[in-house]
Ligand binder design. Sequence first.
Ligand code: AMP
Length: 228
Amino acid sequence: MDGSITTQTTVNLVLLGPPGAGKGTQARKLQDRFGLVQLSTGDLLRAAVAAGTEAGKAAKAVMERGDLVSDDIVIAILRDRLADPDCAGGVIFDGFPRTTVQAEALDALMAETGRAITAAISLEVDDAAMVTRISGRFTCAGCGEGYHDSFKTPVVDGTCDSCGGTAFKRRADDNAETVGQRLRAYHAQTAPLIDFYAATGVLTTIDAMQDIDRVETDLTAIVAKALA
Ligand code: AMP
């Protein structure tokens, strides 16, 4: 060590947490604030389903049940997106990895291009609250801004606060029955990743039952520290 102060020019973050914990909402905020790319495998899979690709056809029924799509499909989709030039400036992985196989594949993919996971942040929440959070949520079809029937409706009914759009959408799997299976899949297959990242020394946990702004403040502090 020569004693000089080094500055990370970018960060690659993994957001962990069950469905409804706020990964997508917070990833969008971090994307805007730090110029990072939000990489959501759920969004990539929904796009594949909508486009009717082979991967999309294989994933559709699995997603509707609330189970995890096979590692092979998800890793292939992720690998393609991660190779895009915009990802070189730093990525927020939202909903990926979800299994140990995916976490190991991610480390290998990142290493191929001299990158690594800088921080894994676990958003801690009570399962019971997730069903309510998920069941009422919807997004602007234009810009993706998130809303909720009980907690956050547009200021002007039917008009997006963010882009002025008037079309909104709800996810097919955001219903009480599917949420139960999604939570079970999280605890069985994804929660072990908390230990996986703790073992590599990059894990931080956040109380994600706080209001959205407080969670954002906590996350921003972690990312700012990683960039310092
Ligand atoms: P999400 O938008 O992250 O809540 O994901 C919606 C659904 O897409 C999940 O319930 C899974 O069926 C599937 N999915 C998304 N990401 C993954 C992943 N990394 N591994 C397996 N399945 C995934």
